[in-house]
Design a binder for this molecule. Structure first.
Ligand SMILES: [Zn+2]
Length: 301
């Protein structure tokens, strides 16, 4: 399952105990995922997500004691007009006709004036119109709204929790989005997705660690490859001198240097110096190798 799907699954399982919060969440589910169908006869919910539909039924049962929801090809509907107007009225959702159609926007601020209810509302909104990218790849969470007023209300509610959110126009939608890992973590917390929040935090830690390890490895690899390149060039020079010029024609200190380098092709300069008789420091080794390289260049030209 995608990360987004896991978050929704977790949120779908969260039922607020207080009726005010249940109503706020139900309002979001109907507001963003519902409509009034069949010439205003039925309030219905349009969702592909079984868990979300189930949650809507649970909330209808708990908050309004309605349990005879019908499912048909067009979606899931409240059975009779009376139940429907009861729900719409209680949730301050003026019913517009047509299907699918967003109900009146934005939602009444009365429903979300408590912070507990605002959390429940955001949870319902995310279940209906929210999604987030795979955090392995990028940090992006968004709500896709039909209307600007809905988007602005959502953004203001999110900002009310001290979380940075923006609205952007995309095709015919107004999209509320968060781009920062820390903000997304905070919003998951506000909505009550605590397991997903921990998973995301762990991932962010691992990602941060991996980046710093990568930086270090890249740096070390660069140094190693520089050393290897230098050593193989030295060995090439030395072999050329041996075959075309002869070690016996080299001064003693250079002959010894050439032999030691051939014997220890992987050794660092400092280590090579220790094999010489008498031992020589790093800069002495460097100097002799440079001399050998000049001799090789002389032979080549
Ligand atoms: Zn509440």
């Amino acid at each position: 399952m995608s990360f987004s799907g896991t978050v929704k699954e977790e949120l779908a399982g969260q039922i607020s105990p207080a009726r005010h919060c249940q109503m706020a969440e139900l309002a979001a589910l109907l507001h963003f995922g519902g409509g009034v169908c069949e010439g205003g006869k039925h309030l219905c919910l349009h969702t592909e997500n079984e868990a979300v539909a189930k949650k809507c039924f649970t909330l209808l049962k708990k908050a309004f004691n309605i349990d005879n929801v019908v499912t048909n090809a067009k979606g899931r509907m409240l059975p009779d007009g009376e139940a429907e107007s009861k729900v719409l009225q209680a949730l301050h959702l003026g019913g517009n006709e047509g299907c699918p159609i967003a109900l009146q926007a934005p939602v009444s601020s009365l429903l979300v004036k408590n912070s507990c209810c605002a959390r429940a509302y955001l949870r319902g909104a995310f279940l209906s119109i929210g999604s987030m990218s795979d955090p392995q790849k990028s940090y992006h969470l968004e709500f896709v709204c039909d209307e600007r007023a809905q988007a602005e209300q959502l953004r203001n509610m999110i900002q009310g929790f001290g979380i940075e959110a923006k609205v952007i126009r995309r095709k015919k939608y107004d999209v509320v989005y968060l781009k920062e890992g820390a903000g997304i973590v905070d919003l998951l917390n506000v909505m009550g997705a605590h397991v997903s929040l921990m998973n995301l935090e762990n991932l962010r830690i691992v990602k941060g660690m991996r980046n710093s390890i990568n930086r270090r490895v890249n740096c070390e690899t660069a140094n190693i490859s520089k050393t290897v390149t230098a050593a193989s060039k030295q060995i090439e020079d030395i072999l050329l001198i041996r075959d075309r010029y002869g070690f016996e024609n080299l001064p003693d200190n250079l002959r010894q240097m050439a032999e030691v380098r051939l014997e220890y092709p992987d050794a660092a300069l400092k280590e090579l110096g220790g094999y010489l008789e008498p031992a020589v420091g790093k800069s002495g080794v460097n100097h002799r190798l440079r001399r050998l390289s000049e001799i090789a260049d002389g032979i080549r030209s």
